[in-house]
Design a protein around this ligand. Sequence first.
Ligand code: TEU
Length: 544
Amino acid sequence: MAANRPTEATAPWWRDAAIYQIYVRSFADGDGDGTGDLAGVRARLPYLVELGVDALWFTPWYLSPLADGGYDVADYRAIDPAFGHLAEAEKLIAEARELGIRTLVDIVPNHVSDQHSWFRAALAAAPGSPERELFHFREGRGSHGEIPPNDWVSEFGGTPWTRIDDGQWYLHLFAPGQPDLNWAHPAVRQEHEDVLRFWFERGVAGVRIDSAALLAKDPALPDFVKGTDPHPYIDRDELHDIYRSWRAIADTYDGIFVGEVWLPDSERFARYLRPDELHTAFNFNFLACPWDAGLLRSAIDDTLAEHAPVGAPATWVLCNHDVTRTVTRYGREATGFDFAAKVFGTPTDLELGTRRARAAALLSLALPGAVYLYQGEELGLPEADIPRDRIQDPMHLRSGGVDPGRDGCRVPLPWSADEPYAGFGSTAEPWLPQPDAWPSYAADRQSTDPGSMLSLYRKALRLRRDEPGFAAAPGETADGRLDWLPSAPGVLAFRRTHGLICVVNLSGGPVPLPGHHEILLTSAPPDPSGLLPDDTAAWLREKR
Ligand code: TEU
């Protein structure tokens, strides 16, 4: 870590970390079988060091039948053999740490796989048995129990209930292969606390908590009546007690949490970030914000305002394994992210989207707090069109084939332009097909091109780490200030504590840059008269 960044004593690493999300299946294939694996990640650690990230978040790498890309965990203490084995994960965690990179694992507490030993035992046991109490089994409604026990809707569409042979139904907010656990049961709590200790003991620095606001259910599992407070399964108060006990465990290891908390209400969201609960949570309001100066400014202000009272740093996320890739999203007419609007063949202008994604990268990396990057974002990958018969995401299948699902952002990465399968490493065909254009995005090609997306991310991450303008003031426990500067309509301009200035032009035409500044980095070159073009961002240093 550069000397001019805040020291561990003033600001813990996670408050301003750049964390890189690895979707293991699609990162790099070390054994050539068409699926990414831990060997592939280990071989690419130098790439991640050169990129300049502080930590890696691995999407679930545990034993799983992959009914939902690994978010259906059969055994939390085993690595899926397609990815490697436990000793290799331990090796990877240690090797990365030696290189200055910490590791976060992904815990999925809301549900397990239907292949998990608990669920198999529950199916083998009788209705009303202790084994079934670990899940939500109920009789159906209707004269023959043929109607699901309530009217809830699965996150993947359709009823979240599946009926088994003896006539009972079980609850799964996601796919049928992901039965929901009963968090009112003490054994469920105990098991997850043990799993947390298991991974902290193996040297992980943190844990991402999947679907963190969904675990607790109203024990009566009532029909959902719009506007009911509390909601029968979203954001229930019982959750906070669970996360307080998790925090106590994390504190003994100096570990951190990042919660996947999708809640529009900022006051409710911030409750998860109280000092004795989660350290951080993903900021999806920023991700979902359309490419509009006024809306982005409000999203930034609201984010900082909601985090301030609880003293937690904000996180900034532009994409992940669940959402349309940034360059495709920003190249569309409606640039906000709307789950309901995901349809096949929505037109996009990739050149425009790429310009905006480059500007958005400099914007998000200049904001105070931690930032998450999703593999391939640094390569400017677009969302891929996956032929319908190759789509594996249950979201597509459960929507009756209407929703394209999330596979388009999960395509195996291109590493070398001239190798088979763009150097993903496979000798067999990769598990998802790569678009024809993939070699042109390959990391090796971008490495030597100073104008590439990869070069932009490398430069930006280096500056973000080394440039004093990003640091918090000495003794400042928070993450450094952001002060808005006067600017033309459609232009965002702000100053960080030590004189780093970020200007983002969304005005529709070129704008002058503030005078008396040294340009550190721009997302596209200024025009010949020194103006900042539309959809372009600049980082400037105040001249003394
Ligand atoms: O996502 C939780 C979640 O809310 C998603 O269903 C989200 O609404 C959807 O993906 C939007 O496209 C987490 C994981 O990130 C996701 O990959 C898993 O499928 C899901 O949990 C179930 O574990």
